[in-house]
Design a protein around this ligand. Structure first.
Ligand code: WTA
Length: 666
């Protein structure tokens, strides 16, 4: 739980006037009750606003049984058609779709590389690439591929080209290591991997292709690797017969190539996206096409209130679900002009983002609490004097937003006058489900809350027995299916049932703690399981433990999330060494680096504490909850299950020693 202000839910309410829709919580609630009393009719009315090649026969089918819900069955459509083709027969044809900025700047701080693509540019690029992928790589509907690309326009272009062909893609965040990439390539059985030679990050050259080569040593079945020349590095190794440059792939493809969009079934998988859970390797969350696009359409309108005059900027990375839904498919389907940025938020200086906002007159900003806290820490001088007057809506996502960060951003970026919400959702839900929704209703905001469930979404907070609770902490659940919900876990449908639908009967278990307040607003407090959020990035403590245990010096480890002022949470590892190894500063550094290499820099433990045993139950389960209490200095609560009390004393001692050491350094 990372919201730092005590006694939430917060009492402060901020009411904005002058909104054409409802401003009354009660009338919103009445709309909401009606919407969930017949979810099929409700969502069918939304889905009608998309263009379908063939209408559906049934709105919702459990096939073969719940929870395997399929939306708009019998309907046919194509996500790439919706995102590009749809606009080119309208006045939007030459409207800007993407304004992209590379990271490098000139001495006066202006970007050296800016690319502007209209919808027609996008249409042509997507078609050419789809043409080459179909004819030269032979990829067809239902094949799987992996994408390991940085934030460059080729990433959305590729995703749209693949969606056009019905090829199922899995995007892997470009900050993940070779091993993490290999795991995902192997699980998805990808025939082709798309990558780039390198990209810029905080002024450094990150060589992606090298990581791919290392990963594919364990995935020999991959037939082709397509490499985009982002940096034009001359020494990029290319394996003959397997590797091909992006430009070579496109060579000879006519500028006006056209590929008819595959008319896929509504439930055809659009993509797989791997995400962390409590146990085992990351799971491949599979999303459909029809339900997913329907939810994105609704939420782009309700939550972002997008209009043709908007300049929209979602600051996420496309490697995560936020980027899939709210950089690629959602905004492009709505025909907005959006900003895309390659690099680090504070490069070359902490006002890089604000210069971008000014340069393009951003009107809608979708960002994260961790980014806001980072800027807060840099101090007001970096925001003072910048022009935020164009911004009319702000939203945040990824973790709970603490009220201080909310107020700071509302004051500076929002000039204390714009709607500013915290959109709750997760990889599994496909899109936003609980959020302030200025496009629907302008009900009072409260700093730190998520707000009411969106229309058509039956979200609630329940106790251990699954009974609704109000005013007290419980578990967040969704009681009815919604479009955009995951189809299954790739290759492991039983795990889908077990992880999400077994905690409470007939309810989707999100794994979050939440409170529903007296107005019915939901406040998501944080994860109720062994998942942590580091700068909004989702990591399983189990994965970090596995990485540590794969090191020769480590016998056992337990990782817990420790609250952090900027990152929300950071991983802290308790480590038991194997015989023959002893604790040292060097070993600590080596282990931290080891985790970086096995998973990626985001997973690196902030601290490593050496102990000789871990607190366990009599049946041998590690009691991470107790370790967390030690870290946050809170009473342990019930310890009756603990087998050996001295393990906790030892953990506490190790932590106290570390704290003293850290104090000494300051
Ligand atoms: C957390 C990110 C509070 C939550 C889209 C959820 C949030 C997990 C919020 C999913 C928010 C996301 N307020 N918590 N506005 N948004 N979360 O799959 O714990 O990376 O379960 O999806 O992030 O993370 P994921």
């Amino acid at each position: 739980m990372s919201i730092s202000e005590e006694n939430l839910p917060y009492k402060e309410r901020i009411v904005l006037n002058s909104w054409p829709n409802t401003t009354s919580i009660d009338s919103y609630k009445a709309m909401h009750s009606k919407s969930i009393s017949n979810i099929e009719d409700f969502w069918a009315n939304v889905a009608k606003e998309l263009e379908w090649f063939k209408p559906w026969d049934k709105v919702l089918v459990a096939d073969p049984q719940p929870p395997f819900y399929k939306w708009f069955v019998g309907g046919r459509l194509n996500a790439s058609y919706l995102a590009v083709d749809r606009h080119i027969n309208t006045w939007r044809k030459n409207k800007l779709a993407i304004i992209w900025e590379g990271e490098p700047v000139d001495p006066s701080g202006n970007p050296i590389e800016v690319r502007k693509l209209t919808y027609y540019d996008l249409y042509r690029e997507v078609n050419r690439l789809a043409f080459a992928i179909r004819d030269k790589l032979g990829l067809r509907k239902g094949d799987t591929v992996t994408i390991y690309l940085p934030m460059i326009p080729e990433l959305p272009i590729l995703m749209l080209a693949l969606a056009r062909l019905g090829v199922i893609f899995s995007v892997v965040f470009s900050g993940f290591s070779a091993q993490a990439l290999a795991d995902r390539v192997i699980d998805a059985k990808s025939r082709v991997v798309f990558t780039a030679d390198a990209f810029w990050r905080r002024g450094r050259v990150i060589r992606l292709k090298d990581v791919v080569d290392e990963a594919l040593r364990n995935a020999q079945f991959v037939e082709r690797v397509v490499v985009y020349r982002r940096m034009n590095l001359k020494d990029t190794p290319m394996k003959p017969g397997r590797d091909i440059w992006w430009d070579e792939l496109l060579s000879g493809v006519p500028a006006n190539a056209y590929v008819k969009p595959e008319e896929v079934e509504s439930e055809h998988p659009l993509y797989i996206l791997y995400t962390s859970g409590t146990t085992g390797k990351p799971k491949g969350i599979v999303h459909d096409t029809g339900g997913y696009m329907t939810l994105l359409h609704a939420t782009m309108k309700w939550v972002f209130d997008v209009k043709d005059t908007d300049v929209y900027w979602c600051t996420a990375d496309i490697g995560w679900v936020t980027g899939h839904s709210y950089i690629v498919f959602g905004p492009l389907m709505e025909g907005v002009t959006e900003v895309m940025y390659e690099g680090a938020p504070d490069y070359p200086a902490p006002d890089r983002w604000w210069r971008i906002v000014e340069r393009y007159g951003v009107t809608i900003l979708y960002t994260s609490p961790t980014a806001i806290r980072t800027f807060m820490r840099y101090g007001d001088d970096w925001v003072k004097g910048h022009d935020f007057s164009t911004i009319r809506i702000i939203n945040s996502v990824g973790e709970p937003i603490n009220p201080e960060a909310w107020r700071w951003a509302w004051r500076w970026l929002g000039r204390e006058s714009v709607p500013f919400g915290s959109t709750w959702w997760m990889t599994e839900t496909g899109g936003i489900l609980i959020s302030h929704a200025p496009g629907l209703a302008l009900i009072p905001m409260k700093p730190g809350t998520n707000g009411l469930p969106l229309l058509g979404v039956d979200a609630d907070v329940v106790d251990d027995e699954g009974r609704p609770v109000q005013g007290k902490r419980g578990y967040l659940v969704i009681k009815k299916p919604w479009p955009g919900m995951m189809l299954t876990i790739w290759g492991d449908p039983n795990r889908y049932i077990q992880v999400y639908w077994s905690r409470f009967p007939d309810m989707f278990y999100a794994g979050d703690w939440a409170i529903k307040d007296e107005d019915g607003y939901i406040w998501v407090l944080g994860r109720a399981d062994e998942v942590i959020k580091v700068s909004g990035h989702r990591l399983g403590t189990y994965e970090i433990e596995s990485a540590l245990v794969s090191h020769k010096a480590v016998a056992e480890s337990a990782v817990v999330g420790m609250p952090d002022l900027v990152k929300g949470e950071v991983p802290v590892a308790f480590v038991v060494l194997r015989a023959g190894f002893s604790p040292s500063k060097e070993l600590k550094a080596e282990l931290r680096n080891w985790v970086r290499e096995v998973i990626g820099p985001i997973a690196e433990p902030a601290e490593i504490l050496f102990v000789t045993k871990l607190p366990k139950t009599r049946s041998g389960k590690i009691m991470r909850r107790l370790l967390k209490q030690v870290l946050i200095g809170q009473p342990l609560g019930d310890t009756t299950a603990l087998e050996d009390e001295t393990s906790i004393d030892e953990a506490r001692k190790a932590y106290e020693e570390l704290s003293r050491e850290l104090m000494g350094q300051r």
